[in-house]
Design a protein around this ligand. Structure first.
Ligand code: ATP
Ligand code: MG
Length: 491
């Protein structure tokens, strides 16, 4: 045991739980991810306390607890507003029984000592305990050294540990992506030897690890490692068809590397899971559509957007993604080839693309296009033409300036006594001009009052006012479009 030179920063609520256990003559240690993260200077996602008290004894010591699992974990409710310490998991020392299915232990027994509990943990960096009352670190597997070397190493004999629980192989790769750690040699060898055990892991759990890999800062690196170690075949085997699948002359990379680079760009930008999934899968069907064209003396990939979208649907449903995610991502993949030459494309064609993916998703599609471009190795993220297209998208989505914006309409005008005929349009356009001058005037009361005043005017005056309003509407509309173009730095 070595006391830390500077104690790790532990929130008061956590300290209080440890103190309560300690004062009742029990041991209490922080353990797992939170100790690792504190040592790395990262904010822990959740806090785990391990103790020699039994679940019943833990429950007896705290006012507000719940206990509804087979692992002995008691949730202690702290009353904190911070969602990460609202409920703190307190778990008795555990020894796991025999694993006969590479998934979960046949039985869980409570252990006598901290050492037993640390031994059953997956990686050395996750097997350090910390006593926040004394500042002592209990590091029986060299975790501190591995943290310093930024290395993930299995506790004990790697191959055996992965045989017990195959999910640990995905956890190793996921942790390396999240923490930017390397995998230790023996640990990698253990993964290679046991990769096929991943077949036994439920698709939901594979999905959860995949999502964390994708949402990390380094998904490209992690998926390359997954491929190298033979694990990718148990995550998304279809991706491997792109390895060595050369593309046409516009691309410097094979399909796999193109997908990896597209995905990595989405991560570099901090874009959503939908965009990351779409970037990962947008060309997954390319290898199945590749044909040589003698005429072009190059490869062609006709229909690869359709095939990729179908494959994306199958891949994501197989991984039990929610229906909505599958729908959104496959639509992005299906639409990723949208024609975007701003010199030729019409506003109505832009509207059709928006209608296909949905107004709230059009940004995802544009981001996917950016990923696709960067993924080819072309340096510029927002070339002039794409910016021009984005400006057209804004233009197509903009509500045009019209009498429809008014808080009054022709029907109301007739209720106020106006006869059907051209005068209705003149009055509405005269009102529109007033509202354009001062948007605060756009209230039902004000406009009704003004309508009554305008109605008493002569035919000729009203016509002039109406025409002035129409002209003004055209000017304002142009100005709005100009403003959009300026925003996108296009003219
Ligand atoms: P994070 O909370 O950032 O996801 P974590 O390491 O805390 O990372 P948890 O899933 O919260 O991950 O698990 C808490 C601890 O439980 C781990 O640090 C590890 O010690 C242990 N653990 C989790 N899963 C396994 C497993 N499959 N095999 C062995 N030990 C595990
Ligand atoms: Mg945790």
């Amino acid at each position: 045991m070595t006391p830390m030179k500077t104690p790790l920063p532990v929130p008061g609520e956590i300290l209080a739980i440890c103190r309560t256990l300690y004062e009742a003559s029990f041991q209490a240690y922080l353990v797992g991810g939170c100790v690792r993260d504190l040592m790395l200077g990262r904010a822990p996602k959740d806090w785990d306390i391990t103790t020699n008290a039994s679940p019943e004894q833990i429950q007896g010591l705290f006012e507000n607890t719940f206990y509804e699992n087979e692992y002995g974990t008691v949730g202690v409710v702290t009353g904190s507003d911070d969602p990460r310490i609202k409920v703190v998991e307190v778990t008795p020392y555990r020894i796991e029984g025999k694993y006969s299915n590479a998934r979960h232990p046949d039985s869980v027994t409570f252990g006598e000592s901290l050492s037993e509990d640390l031994k059953r943990r997956d990686f050395t960096i996750n097997a350090i305990a910390y006593d926040p009352l004394t500042g002592m670190l209990i590091d029986e597997h060299g975790g501190k050294e591995d943290i310093a070397a930024r290395r993930i190493r299995a506790v004990g004999y790697a191959q055996e540990r992965f045989q017990e629980d195959a999910l640990r192989m995905l956890r190793a790769i996921r942790l390396s992506a999240e923490l930017d750690f390397v995998l230790d040699g023996d640990t990698m060898a253990g993964i290679v030897a046991q990769a096929s055990q991943l077949e036994k892991i439920s698709r939901e759990r594979v999905r959860d690890e995949l999502v964390r890999i994708l949402m990390s800062d380094r998904p490209m690196q992690a998926l390359y490692i997954a491929h190298k170690l033979g694990v990718l075949a148990y995550i998304i085997p279809e991706l491997q068809e792109g390895i060595g699948c050369a593309q046409n002359q516009a691309h410097s990379f094979d399909v796999f590397e193109h997908l990896m680079r597209s995905l990595q760009h989405a991560a570099d930008k901090g874009w959503s899971l939908d965009v990351r999934l779409a970037a990962l899968l947008h060309d997954v069907g390319k290898p199945r559509t590749r044909l040589w064209s003698d005429e072009k003396e190059d490869w062609t990939f006709h229909g690869h957007d359709v095939i990729s979208a179908k494959m994306a649907k199958k891949i994501l449903s197989d991984l039990k993604f929610p229906k909505e995610t599958i729908e959104r991502v496959s639509t992005l993949v299906r639409t990723h080839m949208f024609f975007s030459d701003p010199d030729v494309v019409t506003l109505s064609a832009v509207r059709r693309v928006i209608a296909r993916v949905g107004k709230d998703r059009i940004n995802d599609l544009l981001n996917l296009r950016v990923c696709d471009r960067i993924g080819t190795g072309r340096p510029k993220e927002h070339p002039f033409r794409l910016r021009k297209y984005m400006s057209m998208v804004d233009e197509a989505m903009r509500d045009p300036i019209s009498v429809g914006m008014l808080k009054i309409d022709g029907k109301k005008l007739m209720e106020l006594g106006e006869r059907p005929g051209p005068r209705i349009g003149w009055i509405l356009h005269a009102l529109l001009e007033e509202v354009l001058d001062d948007p605060a005037r756009n209230t039902a009361e004000y406009l009704a009052k003004r309508t009554q005043e305008l109605m008493s005017g002569s035919e000729e005056d009203l016509r002039k006012l109406g025409e002035a309003g129409k002209e003004r509407k055209g000017e304002e509309d142009n100005a709005a479009v100009q403003k959009l173009r300026k925003k996108h730095h296009v003219n």
